[in-house]
Design a protein around this ligand. Structure first.
Ligand SMILES: [Mg+2]
Length: 227
């Protein structure tokens, strides 16, 4: 039977968080802090980032702000002009106009599109998400693309209503336990969890192992054996 498959984008269709992880690593190495070690700086960064996300939302601009705030907190002084320029170099990767697709994504979407209706739903800063969608070359596979500020149960209910989808035949496919799986399940959708080893720390959550509305896969390519 024909299903509606809604795909997450970052870290499901293309690599995303690994780019941020690499920047944080470069930042920590460059900082060469005399007291705090790698793990402590990582922990402090996540704390600073969490507060900034709550206040300013998602996106690479907020990420850059978090790097600067983390710097100020660790060095007990604001970022200087030359240091700011160096930090901009770290983050140039976010405006490169390229994305690195997860293996088999284009072929799998091509095949699934013959049997099902495909949708894309990504959360984040609109310009930034649109840039990645354009760079991916995948847009023609989808009946509709939605860029949303957050993925809560209400976000899914609204999408189901707008697209006139039947929750019993609608699946959310993604790497984030919190945003893609738990929130979609709460809205009555079924879900496919495909973990990405570089999933963002803020997206981690425990999934209920007894929930048979969640399909657990290890690779994107496996989707064609289930749909
Ligand atoms: Mg994701």
């Amino acid at each position: 039977m024909r299903q509606a498959l809604i795909f997450d984008a970052d870290d499901t269709l293309w690599e995303n968080n690994i780019l941020f992880e690499r920047v944080v690593d470069d930042f920590i190495a460059w900082l060469a802090h005399p007291v705090f070690d790698y793990a402590e700086i990582r922990r402090i960064f996540v704390e600073v980032e969490e507060a900034n996300i709550a206040a300013h939302g998602y996106g690479s601009r907020v990420f850059l702000r978090s790097l600067a705030d983390c710097f100020a907190r660790l060095m007990e002084r604001p970022v200087g002009a030359a240091e700011r320029a160096r930090m901009d170099e770290f983050t140039a990767v976010f405006t490169s106009g390229q994305v690195e697709l997860v293996p088999a994504v284009a072929d799998v979407l091509e095949e699934l599109g013959e049997r099902h209706d495909l949708y894309l739903m990504t959360k984040g800063e609109p310009t930034e998400q649109q840039r990645k969608i354009d760079a991916s070359g995948l847009v023609d596979h989808f009946a509709a693309v939605d860029i949303v500020p957050t993925k809560k149960p209400e976000t899914y209910r609204q999408l189901i209503g707008e697209r006139r989808l039947d929750p019993a035949r609608t699946w959310m496919i993604g790497n984030s336990p919190k945003s893609d799986i738990i929130a979609a399940r709460a809205a009555g959708l079924r879900a496919v969890f495909i973990p990405n080893p570089y999933t963002w720390a803020h997206e981690h959550a425990e999934l209920d192992p007894a929930d048979d509305g969640i399909l657990h896969l290890t690779t994107f390519a496996e989707l064609t054996t289930h749909f």
